[in-house]
Design a protein around this ligand. Structure first.
Ligand SMILES: Cc1cc2nc3c(=O)[nH]c(=O)nc-3n(C[C@H](O)[C@H](O)[C@H](O)COP(=O)(O)OP(=O)(O)OC[C@H]3O[C@@H](n4cnc5c(N)ncnc54)[C@H](O)[C@@H]3O)c2cc1C
Length: 270
């Protein structure tokens, strides 16, 4: 079985994240690039499944980490390989800078068609773009079932199953393979790659693809790109979030309750 995990390199949420106000894109040089946490957890869950399958003799599971991201973020794919992915696919083409959700879905769908996966595992939302719709868009383009926002993940030879929290309770969903699933941060903590894994990652296959390499698959999906492969959405304004102001510390001298109530009422929060 071949499982592709869609991993996304993002600016480290522990550092300062900067928006380029001219382009509206994240300034990736301003902070360290790391694997988005949910996709790292998704990868961990799938690697564990592959390890358990190998141990129990249930069959070979090949884990592929895939991303569409700037060329400079390749170290994150090496980390995915060091964690245990067998190979990686990096779609890196400068023409894709600023690609919106639709363009990203088209290009990833083309790369997924090329890879030919039994199961595609994504996060339910990224910490930078936060679109939260990529897995459903991919399922639509690839004409596959989508089981989204799963908090547990159970993979068998011909189906995938998991639970999803809703306002009213817990839902169990299942989809026949091939399928697309998205998982939440409830997936297991990612492992720290061991030295052996880090050394081994250097020898594992990491394929770099440009839009030209995906020409046939894009055509099969009915996607026509002009010379610029432009992003489709047009950014009309971008504003940096204002710096946080220091809060007021209220020491209780008997009037703290009233002052907090007044504070909330002033801001129409009460
Ligand atoms: C040169 C270049 C520059 C880019 N610059 C930016 C940028 O500045 N800001 C930005 O947010 N994005 C950038 N991207 C990536 C792309 O534009 C976004 O990934 C895309 O718009 C998806 O948005 P999202 O993260 O909101 O999707 P969501 O729907 O929130 O993502 C959900 C899940 O889909 C999967 N996924 C989403 N995007 C990718 C991806 N690219 N590769 C692999 N898996 C993915 C992950 O599993 C993720 O957890 C860049 C890409 C390239 C090639």
């Amino acid at each position: 079985m071949k499982i592709v995990v869609l991993v996304k390199p993002v600016p480290d949420t522990y550092g300062d994240r900067v928006l380029n106000l001219e382009t509206g894109l994240a300034d990736r040089a301003a902070s360290e690039t790391v694997l988005d946490e949910i996709t790292e957890r998704a990868l961990e869950a799938v690697i564990r499944h592959a390890e358990e399958s190998a141990k129990s003799g249930a069959g070979d599971v090949e884990v592929i980490a895939m991303t569409m991201a700037p060329a400079e973020s390749q170290s994150t794919l090496r980390k995915a390989l060091a964690m245990g992915a067998a190979s990686a696919v990096h779609v890196a083409d400068e023409r894709l800078a600023g690609a919106d959700l639709v363009r990203t879905a088209e290009v990833l769908a083309a790369a997924l068609r090329r890879a030919g996966a039994d199961l595609i595992v994504a996060g339910n939302g990224s910490t930078d773009g936060s679109g939260g719709v990529m897995p459903s868009m991919l399922a639509e383009l690839l004409e596959l079932p989508a089981a989204t926002r799963l908090e547990t993940l159970e993979i068998t030879a011909d189906a995938v199953r998991g639970t999803r929290e809703t306002d009213g309770g817990t839902m169990t969903v299942t989809a026949a393979l091939p399928a697309v699933v998205s998982v939440t941060e409830r997936m297991p903590d990612p492992r720290f790659p061991a030295l052996k894994g880090i050394m081994g990652a250097k020898k594992k296959p990491l394929e770099v693809l440009t839009l030209d390499d995906l020409g046939a698959e894009l055509e099969a999906l009915g996607v026509e790109l002009d010379e610029t492969a432009s992003a489709r959405s047009i950014m009309v304004a971008a504003t940096q979030r204002p710096a946080r102001e220091a809060g007021e510390i209220i020491t209780d001298d008997g009037t703290a309750g009233e002052r907090i109530a007044a504070f909330l009422a002033d801001r129409r929060l009460a």
